[in-house]
Design a protein. Structure first.
Length: 341
């Protein structure tokens, strides 16, 4: 019995062990997440106090009744002054409950206003159109000068201290964008445009997860979110805006030819080449990403071979088909992809 008590006491500790890291609801690395976290803390304190008060009254009633002897009826004539006290206590309690609930309602309203005001306070500096697909994310960076626009996939970079307006669209079914360290959730709905503002405050790497069940590979629909210093962010933008460099080694050139003349270019785009399709992720700077297939595999030579050789084995149901390359073609294509830095 004592052991069970000890393991019950460990439960909250285990739950708290999940708080921290690149994907946590307790994160405060964004202005919006901190606002929501403050509201959550207030809810916990207020509801915790009321819970403690209810428990205290319950135990007090139990002890005053003399434990389990509930059959002992009070003397009717002697209860009048106590009734008055009870009535006052009841009114005070009702007032406390109404006051507490109203306080929480006002706090929720003010937090909601603050979240909305982060749009109005300063014009968002960063503008990203994020499109949900089964099962990957397309990110389109927009600039006042459209020639600077570029696309990337399954990752976004944001600078600290600036508001980023993320416009959300869905290509097929409902998805949900959620970077718990930075902000709350926002759904992506086919045929509608939604948005969310992120104002990151701390440099770091975070993980966004699709938070609305969207089919077989819903769990493999992650987005790598990197928050950079403004200088690092500017460097990343400059690198992303550049078109892909031409391959130079014979193997990479052979891979390039295969890519442009066979199935690959029917779905993927590489800026600066004839490949311009938008069915699958843009691969212009593939090797600068940390993961492939929306967080399914780490990026690297081995995983790229595995993914291209048998996409359905890695991510069953994904739209990337089995191409059936022979060993040389596979090595060549990977050699070409590895030039896309
Ligand atoms: Cu997209 Cu779940």
């Amino acid at each position: 019995m004592r052991r069970r008590g000890a393991s019950l006491m460990l439960l909250p500790l285990l739950a708290l062990a999940g708080c921290g890291g690149i994907q946590t609801i307790g994160g405060r690395e964004g202005r919006e997440a901190a606002l929501i976290d403050d509201l959550f803390t207030l809810f916990c304190i207020v509801t915790g106090l009321f819970f403690a008060a209810v428990m205290a009254f319950l135990f007090a009633a139990y002890w005053r009744r003399g434990g389990h002897r509930a059959d002992r009826m009070p003397d009717e004539g002697a209860t009048a002054p106590r009734d008055r006290g009870l009535r006052i206590a009841l009114f005070a309690w009702t007032a406390a409950v109404i006051g507490g609930l109203m306080g929480l309602a006002v706090a929720s309203f003010l937090t909601d206003r603050s979240l909305a005001y982060s749009t109005a306070a300063g014009r968002p500096v960063v503008s990203i159109e994020l499109i949900g697909n089964q099962w990957w994310w397309e990110a389109r960076y927009h600039f006042p000068d459209p020639s600077q626009n570029f696309r990337t996939a399954n990752e976004i970079h944001l600078p600290t201290g600036s508001a980023a307006m993320i416009t959300l669209k869905a290509n097929d079914v409902i998805h949900s964008f959620w970077v718990p360290n930075l902000a709350g959730k926002q759904d992506l709905i086919p045929g509608r445009v939604t948005d969310i503002v992120l104002t990151p405050t701390k440099v770091g790497r975070y993980r966004a997860q699709c938070a609305e069940y969207c089919g077989l590979q819903h769990a493999h629909m992650a987005l790598d979110v990197t928050v950079d210093t403004p200088a690092d962010y500017a460097r990343w933008l400059a690198a992303q805006t550049r078109p892909a460099a031409a391959p130079t080694t014979p193997q990479a050139i052979a891979g390039y030819r295969f890519f442009m003349t066979r199935q690959c270019s029917a779905c993927h785009a590489v800026a600066g080449t004839p490949a311009g399709a938008g069915v699958g992720p843009d691969l212009t700077h593939l090797m600068s990403r940390r993961t492939i297939a929306a967080g399914t595999l780490p990026n690297g030579t081995g995983p790229l071979h595995a993914w291209i050789a048998d996409p359905q084995g890695v991510k069953p149901g994904a739209n990337m088909p089995y191409i059936g390359l022979d060993a040389d073609e596979l090595h060549n294509v990977v050699a070409y992809l590895e030039t896309l830095k």
